[in-house]
Design a protein. Sequence first.
Length: 216
Amino acid sequence: MMNTLRLSIAVAVVACSAGCGNVERSRDLANPEVSGVTLARQVCSNCHGSGGSAVSPNFPNLAGQSRIYLAAQLHGFKSQDRRDPAGFEYMFGLSRRLTDAQIDALADYYAGQQLVRQPVEGDERSILTGKAVFVNGIPARGVPPCTACHGSGGMGEGANPRLAGQHADYVRKQLDVFQRTPEARPEGSAMKIVAHGLDGSDIAGLAAYVQSLPER
Ligand code: HEC
Ligand code: HEC
Protein backbone atom coordinates (compact mmCIF):
# COMPACT_ATOMS: atom_id res chain seq x y z
CA MET A 1 0.00 0.00 0.00
CA MET A 2 2.69 2.44 1.16
CA ASN A 3 4.96 1.39 -1.69
CA THR A 4 2.31 1.91 -4.34
CA LEU A 5 1.66 5.40 -2.98
CA ARG A 6 5.37 6.27 -3.01
CA LEU A 7 5.68 4.93 -6.52
CA SER A 8 2.77 6.97 -7.85
CA ILE A 9 4.13 10.15 -6.24
CA ALA A 10 7.52 9.43 -7.78
CA VAL A 11 5.92 8.91 -11.20
CA ALA A 12 3.97 12.16 -10.84
CA VAL A 13 7.12 14.08 -9.87
CA VAL A 14 9.09 12.67 -12.80
CA ALA A 15 6.25 13.42 -15.23
CA CYS A 16 6.07 16.98 -13.96
CA SER A 17 9.77 17.72 -14.06
CA ALA A 18 9.89 16.57 -17.68
CA GLY A 19 6.54 17.93 -18.85
CA CYS A 20 5.56 20.91 -16.69
CA GLY A 21 8.94 22.63 -17.02
CA ASN A 22 8.78 22.35 -20.77
CA VAL A 23 5.24 23.63 -20.93
CA GLU A 24 6.37 26.78 -19.14
CA ARG A 25 9.13 27.45 -21.66
CA SER A 26 7.51 25.92 -24.69
CA ARG A 27 7.36 27.50 -28.12
CA ASP A 28 4.93 24.86 -29.31
CA LEU A 29 2.06 26.68 -30.96
CA ALA A 30 0.22 23.39 -31.45
CA ASN A 31 0.12 22.37 -27.78
CA PRO A 32 -3.09 23.52 -26.06
CA GLU A 33 -1.38 22.99 -22.65
CA VAL A 34 1.01 25.91 -23.25
CA SER A 35 -0.44 29.08 -21.73
CA GLY A 36 -1.05 32.24 -23.74
CA VAL A 37 1.40 34.17 -21.57
CA THR A 38 4.13 31.61 -22.27
CA LEU A 39 3.50 31.85 -26.00
CA ALA A 40 3.58 35.66 -25.77
CA ARG A 41 6.99 35.55 -24.06
CA GLN A 42 8.52 32.69 -26.06
CA VAL A 43 7.13 33.29 -29.55
CA CYS A 44 5.24 36.53 -30.14
CA SER A 45 7.91 38.71 -28.47
CA ASN A 46 10.36 37.80 -31.27
CA CYS A 47 8.48 40.15 -33.57
CA HIS A 48 6.07 42.17 -31.41
CA GLY A 49 8.71 42.98 -28.81
CA SER A 50 8.81 42.38 -25.10
CA GLY A 51 5.34 43.00 -23.64
CA GLY A 52 4.02 43.90 -27.11
CA SER A 53 6.08 47.07 -27.61
CA ALA A 54 7.61 46.37 -31.02
CA VAL A 55 10.96 47.98 -31.73
CA SER A 56 10.77 47.36 -35.48
CA PRO A 57 8.12 49.31 -37.40
CA ASN A 58 7.49 46.16 -39.44
CA PHE A 59 5.52 44.78 -36.51
CA PRO A 60 2.51 46.44 -34.91
CA ASN A 61 2.57 47.27 -31.22
CA LEU A 62 0.15 45.11 -29.25
CA ALA A 63 0.72 46.63 -25.77
CA GLY A 64 -2.32 48.43 -24.41
CA GLN A 65 -4.43 47.44 -27.42
CA SER A 66 -8.14 46.72 -26.92
CA ARG A 67 -8.67 43.17 -25.65
CA ILE A 68 -11.74 42.62 -27.82
CA TYR A 69 -9.95 43.90 -30.92
CA LEU A 70 -6.88 41.71 -30.26
CA ALA A 71 -8.97 38.55 -29.86
CA ALA A 72 -10.96 39.40 -33.00
CA GLN A 73 -7.76 39.80 -35.07
CA LEU A 74 -6.33 36.48 -33.85
CA HIS A 75 -9.60 34.74 -34.75
CA GLY A 76 -9.51 36.58 -38.09
CA PHE A 77 -6.00 35.34 -38.93
CA LYS A 78 -6.83 31.83 -37.75
CA SER A 79 -9.94 31.62 -39.94
CA GLN A 80 -7.97 33.37 -42.72
CA ASP A 81 -10.67 36.05 -42.99
CA ARG A 82 -8.07 38.79 -42.37
CA ARG A 83 -5.68 38.31 -45.24
CA ASP A 84 -3.79 41.51 -45.96
CA PRO A 85 -0.36 40.54 -47.32
CA ALA A 86 1.72 40.77 -44.12
CA GLY A 87 -1.01 39.11 -42.08
CA PHE A 88 -1.14 36.29 -44.57
CA GLU A 89 2.61 35.90 -44.63
CA TYR A 90 3.30 36.07 -40.90
CA MET A 91 0.17 35.47 -38.85
CA PHE A 92 -1.68 32.64 -40.65
CA GLY A 93 0.76 29.93 -39.65
CA LEU A 94 1.26 31.30 -36.14
CA SER A 95 -2.44 31.43 -35.30
CA ARG A 96 -3.52 28.23 -37.03
CA ARG A 97 -3.58 25.98 -33.96
CA LEU A 98 -4.27 28.50 -31.19
CA THR A 99 -7.21 27.50 -28.97
CA ASP A 100 -9.94 29.94 -27.88
CA ALA A 101 -8.48 29.88 -24.36
CA GLN A 102 -4.98 30.75 -25.64
CA ILE A 103 -6.41 33.56 -27.79
CA ASP A 104 -8.28 34.99 -24.78
CA ALA A 105 -5.16 34.78 -22.61
CA LEU A 106 -2.99 36.44 -25.27
CA ALA A 107 -5.54 39.24 -25.70
CA ASP A 108 -5.76 39.77 -21.91
CA TYR A 109 -1.97 39.78 -21.60
CA TYR A 110 -1.32 42.37 -24.29
CA ALA A 111 -4.28 44.58 -23.33
CA GLY A 112 -2.76 44.78 -19.83
CA GLN A 113 0.73 45.84 -20.95
CA GLN A 114 2.01 49.41 -20.93
CA LEU A 115 3.19 50.60 -24.36
CA VAL A 116 6.83 51.70 -24.51
CA ARG A 117 6.77 54.24 -27.31
CA GLN A 118 9.23 54.72 -30.13
CA PRO A 119 10.44 58.16 -31.27
CA VAL A 120 7.83 59.99 -33.35
CA GLU A 121 8.40 60.12 -37.11
CA GLY A 122 7.20 62.88 -39.41
CA ASP A 123 7.56 66.65 -39.26
CA GLU A 124 5.43 69.07 -37.29
CA ARG A 125 3.44 70.20 -40.33
CA SER A 126 2.50 66.70 -41.33
CA ILE A 127 1.46 65.93 -37.76
CA LEU A 128 -0.79 69.03 -37.70
CA THR A 129 -2.40 68.04 -41.03
CA GLY A 130 -3.09 64.62 -39.54
CA LYS A 131 -4.50 66.08 -36.37
CA ALA A 132 -6.98 68.24 -38.32
CA VAL A 133 -8.29 65.18 -40.19
CA PHE A 134 -8.32 63.02 -37.06
CA VAL A 135 -10.42 65.54 -35.13
CA ASN A 136 -12.61 67.08 -37.85
CA GLY A 137 -12.64 64.56 -40.68
CA ILE A 138 -12.93 65.97 -44.20
CA PRO A 139 -16.65 66.69 -44.64
CA ALA A 140 -16.28 67.69 -48.32
CA ARG A 141 -14.85 64.24 -49.12
CA GLY A 142 -17.17 62.29 -46.82
CA VAL A 143 -14.41 61.42 -44.31
CA PRO A 144 -15.79 61.27 -40.75
CA PRO A 145 -13.66 62.30 -37.75
CA CYS A 146 -11.53 59.39 -36.57
CA THR A 147 -12.32 60.39 -32.99
CA ALA A 148 -15.91 59.17 -33.51
CA CYS A 149 -14.77 55.56 -33.23
CA HIS A 150 -11.13 55.57 -32.08
CA GLY A 151 -11.73 58.11 -29.27
CA SER A 152 -10.39 61.63 -28.87
CA GLY A 153 -6.99 60.36 -27.67
CA GLY A 154 -6.94 57.47 -30.16
CA MET A 155 -7.10 54.92 -27.34
CA GLY A 156 -9.83 52.83 -28.99
CA GLU A 157 -12.41 50.64 -27.26
CA GLY A 158 -14.02 47.29 -27.93
CA ALA A 159 -13.89 46.47 -31.64
CA ASN A 160 -12.34 49.87 -32.42
CA PRO A 161 -8.56 49.50 -32.14
CA ARG A 162 -6.22 51.75 -30.24
CA LEU A 163 -4.15 53.82 -32.66
CA ALA A 164 -2.28 55.93 -30.07
CA GLY A 165 1.46 55.24 -30.26
CA GLN A 166 1.14 52.75 -33.13
CA HIS A 167 4.00 52.66 -35.65
CA ALA A 168 3.31 55.19 -38.41
CA ASP A 169 4.52 52.75 -41.03
CA TYR A 170 2.01 50.10 -39.98
CA VAL A 171 -0.84 52.65 -39.82
CA ARG A 172 -0.01 53.79 -43.36
CA LYS A 173 -0.01 50.21 -44.60
CA GLN A 174 -3.39 49.44 -43.07
CA LEU A 175 -5.01 52.62 -44.44
CA ASP A 176 -3.74 51.53 -47.81
CA VAL A 177 -5.31 48.08 -47.33
CA PHE A 178 -8.69 49.62 -46.38
CA GLN A 179 -8.49 51.91 -49.40
CA ARG A 180 -7.32 49.51 -52.10
CA THR A 181 -8.05 45.95 -50.99
CA PRO A 182 -10.74 46.24 -48.30
CA GLU A 183 -11.83 42.62 -48.89
CA ALA A 184 -8.57 41.63 -47.18
CA ARG A 185 -9.98 42.97 -43.88
CA PRO A 186 -13.70 42.13 -44.02
CA GLU A 187 -14.30 43.37 -40.44
CA GLY A 188 -13.15 46.81 -41.52
CA SER A 189 -16.19 47.82 -43.60
CA ALA A 190 -16.43 51.09 -41.65
CA MET A 191 -12.81 51.82 -42.59
CA LYS A 192 -13.45 51.20 -46.27
CA ILE A 193 -15.75 54.24 -46.33
CA VAL A 194 -13.37 56.28 -44.15
CA ALA A 195 -10.27 55.55 -46.23
CA HIS A 196 -11.96 56.15 -49.58
CA GLY A 197 -11.72 59.96 -49.32
CA LEU A 198 -8.12 60.13 -48.02
CA ASP A 199 -5.20 61.15 -50.24
CA GLY A 200 -1.50 60.35 -49.75
CA SER A 201 -0.71 63.45 -47.71
CA ASP A 202 -3.74 62.87 -45.41
CA ILE A 203 -2.55 59.31 -44.81
CA ALA A 204 1.04 60.35 -44.08
CA GLY A 205 -0.21 63.05 -41.68
CA LEU A 206 -2.66 60.73 -39.93
CA ALA A 207 0.01 58.05 -39.49
CA ALA A 208 2.45 60.56 -37.99
CA TYR A 209 -0.21 62.10 -35.75
CA VAL A 210 -1.53 58.86 -34.26
CA GLN A 211 2.00 57.66 -33.55
CA SER A 212 2.53 60.87 -31.56
CA LEU A 213 -0.53 60.18 -29.37
CA PRO A 214 -1.30 60.43 -26.50
CA GLU A 215 -0.40 64.11 -26.49
CA ARG A 216 1.96 65.08 -23.71
C1 HEC B 1 7.55 36.40 -37.35
C2 HEC B 1 6.99 37.63 -36.85
C3 HEC B 1 5.72 37.54 -36.01
C4 HEC B 1 5.47 36.73 -34.92
C5 HEC B 1 6.39 35.69 -34.27
C6 HEC B 1 4.14 37.08 -34.45
N1 HEC B 1 3.60 38.07 -35.23
FE1 HEC B 1 1.78 38.95 -34.98
N2 HEC B 1 2.10 40.10 -36.64
C7 HEC B 1 3.23 40.09 -37.42
C8 HEC B 1 3.06 41.03 -38.52
C9 HEC B 1 4.07 41.33 -39.63
C10 HEC B 1 1.79 41.62 -38.35
C11 HEC B 1 1.13 42.67 -39.24
C12 HEC B 1 0.24 41.98 -40.17
C13 HEC B 1 -0.45 42.87 -41.12
O1 HEC B 1 0.12 43.89 -41.55
O2 HEC B 1 -1.60 42.54 -41.43
C14 HEC B 1 1.20 41.00 -37.16
C15 HEC B 1 -0.05 41.32 -36.68
C16 HEC B 1 -0.58 40.86 -35.49
C17 HEC B 1 -1.82 41.30 -34.90
C18 HEC B 1 -2.76 42.35 -35.46
C19 HEC B 1 -2.41 43.71 -34.85
C20 HEC B 1 -3.32 44.83 -35.25
O3 HEC B 1 -3.09 45.97 -34.79
O4 HEC B 1 -4.26 44.60 -36.02
C21 HEC B 1 -1.98 40.60 -33.73
C22 HEC B 1 -3.12 40.72 -32.75
C23 HEC B 1 -0.84 39.73 -33.59
N3 HEC B 1 0.00 39.90 -34.68
C24 HEC B 1 -0.64 38.86 -32.53
C25 HEC B 1 0.43 37.96 -32.44
C26 HEC B 1 0.54 36.96 -31.41
C27 HEC B 1 -0.44 36.77 -30.27
C28 HEC B 1 1.69 36.25 -31.68
C29 HEC B 1 2.23 35.04 -30.95
C30 HEC B 1 1.34 33.87 -30.92
C31 HEC B 1 2.30 36.85 -32.85
N4 HEC B 1 1.50 37.87 -33.29
C32 HEC B 1 3.52 36.46 -33.38
C33 HEC B 1 4.37 39.32 -37.20
C34 HEC B 1 4.52 38.37 -36.20
C1 HEC C 1 -17.22 54.31 -37.91
C2 HEC C 1 -16.11 53.97 -37.04
C3 HEC C 1 -14.70 54.32 -37.48
C4 HEC C 1 -14.22 55.54 -37.92
C5 HEC C 1 -14.97 56.84 -38.10
C6 HEC C 1 -12.80 55.34 -38.14
N1 HEC C 1 -12.44 54.05 -37.85
FE1 HEC C 1 -10.59 53.22 -38.07
N2 HEC C 1 -11.31 51.40 -37.54
C7 HEC C 1 -12.62 51.13 -37.15
C8 HEC C 1 -12.77 49.72 -36.88
C9 HEC C 1 -14.03 49.01 -36.41
C10 HEC C 1 -11.50 49.13 -37.13
C11 HEC C 1 -11.12 47.66 -36.99
C12 HEC C 1 -11.38 46.93 -38.29
C13 HEC C 1 -11.08 45.44 -38.19
O1 HEC C 1 -11.39 44.83 -37.16
O2 HEC C 1 -10.53 44.92 -39.15
C14 HEC C 1 -10.62 50.21 -37.53
C15 HEC C 1 -9.28 50.04 -37.88
C16 HEC C 1 -8.41 51.06 -38.16
C17 HEC C 1 -6.99 50.89 -38.41
C18 HEC C 1 -6.20 49.59 -38.34
C19 HEC C 1 -5.60 49.45 -36.96
C20 HEC C 1 -4.79 48.20 -36.78
O3 HEC C 1 -4.26 48.05 -35.66
O4 HEC C 1 -4.65 47.40 -37.71
C21 HEC C 1 -6.49 52.14 -38.67
C22 HEC C 1 -5.03 52.48 -38.98
C23 HEC C 1 -7.58 53.08 -38.59
N3 HEC C 1 -8.74 52.40 -38.28
C24 HEC C 1 -7.45 54.44 -38.78
C25 HEC C 1 -8.53 55.33 -38.82
C26 HEC C 1 -8.39 56.73 -39.17
C27 HEC C 1 -7.08 57.43 -39.48
C28 HEC C 1 -9.67 57.26 -39.15
C29 HEC C 1 -10.09 58.68 -39.52
C30 HEC C 1 -9.67 59.16 -40.83
C31 HEC C 1 -10.57 56.19 -38.74
N4 HEC C 1 -9.83 55.04 -38.56
C32 HEC C 1 -11.94 56.33 -38.59
C33 HEC C 1 -13.62 52.06 -37.04
C34 HEC C 1 -13.57 53.39 -37.44
